[in-house]
Design a protein around this ligand. Structure first.
Ligand code: FMN
Length: 376
């Protein structure tokens, strides 16, 4: 069977992506200490670029020291990080047809930094850290909007092809969208429009700084999958509001660590044990597609089979697909599929890579085990 869609080019905003395959943002725990890019992280991106991915989205990159999740997470909250980030972008651009976007983020309510008490739109207790975040003042929310914009401007200076806001999985920006974690009475709370205002203000700030030709995209929480959390209907409405505001692409996601703590679901990185488990955010994507204006839609979550996703693209349910865990195992997966080997991704979604996140660097546990066995 020939793939008609997966390897056809398409634009996000004005940027042409050589195929429909995106690396979904993935923290690799591989910077030098305190967020500086070094050779270890660059090697990972070199492998991804060589492996045929059309657009690589970086792991979440901190916009402020208070929003870092680990000493080995990339940062760009001041100019000292620019030289390393520039080197990383340059390495990817050596592969002339590969694009790279940066995901910018703050931990928000999930923060567990030894020096900083977590900040969030509202003080809602978080079971994992056993902390209640401090509610931000209106002026602080505005300061943090500026921090996102300043980080975006630095990313532009580094040569990134686009910026992705991380507004999913319980981190800072998704705290604003969800009625469970945003009970604010000011302009940044209230109805769905109010809860989306922080995201739109960041978008407008970035547009003012960077012009209309630079894509601004978003990984967006559509459903919290926890009691009293963001409902699917509200998530779909938020996506529509953000498309109308001008975001160039939306990558729908849902859940987070709290879903696992309060229910047994492992969203966003669900287990995929059989073909029926694949493409688990497809029902969400289908609900959103018709309300997207000029916004590309990225299907993420459990993508393992090139033939199935080629059909999804053909049917027009999504414009791109994105992968995380399969590219940890096989950074060359897109090239493998393009060369005609259409067997599914080797990732068995054991989620062992999640465990490696705790101490970093991130690697595929299953692959390592098999390699060890072979050597014996
Ligand atoms: C080790 C690891 C690190 C991740 N880091 C991020 C991240 O930095 N930002 C983000 O939005 N999602 C992150 N994710 C979630 C993935 O991008 C993706 O949404 C999820 O794993 C489902 O896609 P998959 O089935 O292709 O793995 C991470 C997932 C894993 C396994």
């Amino acid at each position: 069977m020939e793939l008609k869609n997966l390897f056809s080019p398409k634009r996000i905003g004005n940027v042409l992506i050589k195929n429909r395959i995106i690396r979904s943002a993935t923290y690799m725990g591989s910077t030098e200490k305190y967020g500086f890019v070094g050779d270890k992280l660059i090697k990972i991106y070199d492998d991804l670029a060589r492996g045929g991915t059309g657009l690589i989205i970086s792991g979440y990159t901190a916009v402020d020291p208070s929003g870092t999740a680990s000493p080995y997470q990339a940062c760009l909250f001041d100019d000292s990080f620019i030289p390393g980030q520039k080197k990383l972008v340059k390495c990817v651009h050596e592969y002339s047809d590969v694009k790279i976007g940066i995901q910018i983020a703050h931990t928000g309510r999930l923060g567990n930094h030894p020096k900083y008490h977590p900040l969030a739109p509202s003080p809602v207790f978080y079971k994992r850290t056993e902390l209640t975040p401090r509610e931000m003042t209106t002026d602080e929310v505005k300061d943090y909007i500026k921090k996102f914009v300043d980080t975006g401007r630095r990313a532009y200076e580094c040569g990134y092809d686009m910026i992705q806001l991380h507004a999913a999985h319980g981190y800072y920006l998704s705290n604003f969208i969800s009625p469970r974690t945003n009970m604010r009475k000011d302009e940044f709370g209230g109805d769905i429009e109010g809860r989306a205002k922080c995201l739109i203000d960041i978008y407008r700030g970035l547009r003012d700084e960077l012009g209309t030709n630079f894509p601004i995209i978003i990984k967006l929480q559509i459903q919290d999958f926890v009691p009293n959390g963001l409902s699917l209907e509200e998530g779909v409405t938020t996506a529509k509001i953000l498309s109308n505001a001008g975001f160039d692409a939306i990558e729908p996601s849902g859940g987070g660590e709290e879903t696992l703590l309060l229910t047994k679901d492992a969203y966003p990185s669900q287990f995929v044990k059989k073909p029926d488990d694949e493409n688990y955010f497809l029902p969400i994507v289908k609900k959103i597609k018709s309300s997207m204006k000029n916004t590309a839609l990225i299907l993420m979550g459990g993508i393992r089979n090139p033939k199935t996703v080629d059909k999804i693209l053909e049917d027009g349910f999504a414009d791109f697909i994105s992968l995380s865990r399969p590219l940890i195992y096989e950074p060359n997966l897109p090239s493998r599929w393009e060369s005609g080997d259409l067997s599914p991704a080797k990732c068995i979604s054991c989620n062992g890579c999640y465990m490696t996140m705790l101490n970093g660097p991130v690697y595929c546990v299953t692959k390592k085990r098999l390699e060890k066995r072979k050597k014996r």
